[in-house]
Design a protein around this ligand. Sequence first.
Ligand SMILES: [Zn+2]
Ligand SMILES: [Zn+2]
Length: 309
Amino acid sequence: MLTVTFLGTSAARPTVERNVSGLAIHREGETLLFECGEGTQRQMMRYGVSFALSEIFFTHFHADHFLGVIGLIRTLGLQGRPEPLFLYGPKGAKKVLTTAMQLGVERVPFPVEIVEVKAGDIAAGPVKRDGYDICTFPTEHGGGPSLGYLVKEHVRRGRFDVEKARTLGIPEGPLWGKLTKGEDVQLSDGQTVRPSDVVGAARPGRLVAFTGDTRPCAATVDAAQEADLLIHEATFGEEERERARDTGHSTAKEAAQVALAAKAKRLVLSHVSARYSISADELVKEAKEVFPNVVVAKDGLEVDIPYSD
Ligand SMILES: [Zn+2]
Ligand SMILES: [Zn+2]
């Protein structure tokens, strides 16, 4: 399974309806946290997101995206956690997050490792990933380095055609396994069977792209090509398109244009200005004119991302 839970969908400051940025991605029993605005830990409790996580990824260091890490780390300490925690962010992460770790008189009783990543990196760190990578791409936000993230699953093996294997007289057992792994096999009658005879084409993995705060930009279009899900910021509506440009943000329509150019399958907008806190209908309407498969996230929204085949 691959599921995204929106923990906070408000830009700059919390409102009654919406908390500031926080996003949990669950994959095969693992939880990854992207952004950790003030109050994120309470949103995690509210929406049932596990505290057993070992990585948090930050897109940039405006306060609405990271202040919550101070409290979350104290709570993880109280839980007696021994495992290390890895924090990823663009250049400047070490300075900002080290300061955040040192605030208060409590000592953090488990190791915290801060990893600075550049656009284009695979944010590997020392954590071993099974079947996917987390990659970064450059965004255009201003006021310091900023990054977007991709959760990119590896290509999966093609499907094994059981009927065809039986027709060809391949006995069930180790030979099936070898063919699945891409090896030629020889049958007892001397006939050679190639994997392509019984195994279909490799199937793509899923791709989730998350922009953080940004102007609409070509780097996002490139990174999010055919993404199963694009999560793009949409701080403003068209009536404030100049303000979006001046503050390094996007309008809903601009985000939709990025999704269209990237041929993304689905678009979820987040990081909306307080004026759209109660109703974001206007943003949905403007985005839909460009890209129909779009919603504006609200806190607690869960999105499942199925395989396309
Ligand atoms: Zn922000
Ligand atoms: Zn920002």
